[in-house]
Design a protein around this ligand. Sequence first.
Ligand code: CA
Length: 234
Amino acid sequence: MKQNKYKILLVEDEDNIRNLVATMLETAGYQAILAKSCSEAKMMYTSYLPDLIILDLGLPDMDGIHLLDHVRQNALTPIIVLSARTSEADKIEALDRGANDYVIKPFSSGELLARVRAALRNNRFSAEEGRLPGGRFTLKELTIDYDARQVYIQSEPIRLTQTEYNIVALLSENCGKMMTYAAIIKAIWGGYAQEGSIKKLQVNMANIRRKIGDKPGKQNYIANELGVGYRLNE
Ligand code: CA
């Protein structure tokens, strides 16, 4: 057995889904730690300090949001929420309370594993490089030089406004994480999300996507979940 496997805490009370996801994670080379309730998950979290948490919200003892709050009090461990709740309000609440991503049941194993890789990658990136001078970010043909505040596609410099650059840099620091409108607006303009600021964000985002060559219906750099937020894709 490899010594340095990523440990993933899987919190899910439905036996079928828990077994399925556990097998999927083990097959992909991760170590799965299993919990069936919020209180069990808290114990497992403390004893194993996992690298990532996959969290069902509908748990028998407490809402999974309690575990999210518990972990976020002192750790940035990536958390992917797994839920049957599909409303935008539920997604936004989980994301704004610190979830990195949100996967709706039913989901494909490919989809969940892609989100797991993205969350682990982002965590590694923030820990190792962050915004340190000289730090660079690359994703396929997109490169960001944080010192020069310059974005490139295939080594061609892209002309972005200051605001557009700030948005791209913010998304890159959270690569793979779904960022809500509110989180982006607060980070970029310092205000709260309301109709005007969301409109402003959407206009900036449309310009960014055009400039970096994202097109509707293609595999793009920036994914938009309508009514929720944006994610820079792995
Ligand atoms: Ca459940």
